[in-house]
Design a protein around this ligand. Structure first.
Ligand SMILES: Nc1ncnc2c1ncn2[C@@H]1O[C@H](COP(=O)(O)OP(=O)(O)OP(=O)(O)O)[C@@H](O)[C@H]1O
Length: 217
């Protein structure tokens, strides 16, 4: 569950105000023109930016001032999610142990999550030896390994071709169901999400618009 209570945040030329509620296990798409504040909204929820006023509640706990790693949130970006000198297994394992010193049980956890996103055969490849879709699978696997109940995705699949995007959206759907995630996904292609999200929230000029039931899809 995500509750943004009269949240205010200003960039010099863009004052933003968000007041919204997202339910436990809800799937929400965030849409809106370029520069409207979509990424900023996710950054505020994840703790990469801090609000000037207002409160953030995540799964019934107040997290307005909490550091990102202490929030029940993981975030997948559009790109640059991977460390190029680490292989797939290590990139995923960072979600569990930043120092990469894993015991046997933790290694098995990495393998399990790699299997879940279809990377079983690629564990020892470097990011430069992966396709765009495979890279995003690695990033998604790392998010899942963090085992946080809220997953934020900032245009996660927009660099992929349409067939691969659909494949990744189906995978996301499966993971949402299995792990009972709350999912917030920024997209410029809301049509692809019809039937895959419960609600669409429009952001315009730093404000969340149209939060009523007619925006449900
Ligand atoms: N670090 C920053 N310093 C100053 N202004 C910023 C900064 N980051 C973003 N902005 C401004 O804040 C506004 C919102 O940016 P944001 O990246 O949240 O938009 P967006 O809706 O995600 O856009 P896009 O769809 O192009 O990714 C924009 O007007 C942008 O210029």
């Amino acid at each position: 569950m995500i509750r943004l209570n009269k949240l205010k945040f200003d960039y010099p030329e863009m004052p933003m105000a968000f007041d919204l509620h997202i339910n436990q296990q809800e799937r929400v798409a965030i849409v809106g023109p370029s520069g409207a504040g979509k990424s900023t909204l996710l950054n505020l929820i994840a703790g990469f930016e801090f609000a000037d006023s207002g409160d953030i509640w995540l799964n019934n706990e107040k997290h307005t001032q909490t550091a990102p790693h202490l929030r029940p949130v993981s975030m997948l970006f559009q790109e640059n999610n991977l460390f190029t000198h680490l292989n797939v297994q290590q990139n995923i394992a960072l979600g569990l142990k930043p120092n990469l010193k894993l015991d046997g049980a933790e290694l098995r956890q990495v393998e399990e999550v790699a299997n879940a996103v279809g990377l079983k055969e690629l564990l020892f490849r470097l990011p430069t030896e992966l396709s765009g879709g495979q890279k995003q699978r690695v990033a998604l696997a790392r998010c899942l390994l963090r085992d946080k109940p809220i997953l934020l995705l900032d245009e996660p699949f927009s660099a992929l071709d349409p067939a691969l995007r659909l494949e990744m959206l189906n995978l996301l759907q499966q993971l949402w169901l299995e792990k009972q995630l709350t999912v917030v996904i920024v997209t410029h292609q809301p049509n692809e999400l019809i039937g895959r999200v419960d609600r669409i929230i429009k952001i315009e000029q730093g404000q969340a618009m149209g939060l009523d039931s007619e925006d449900a899809v």
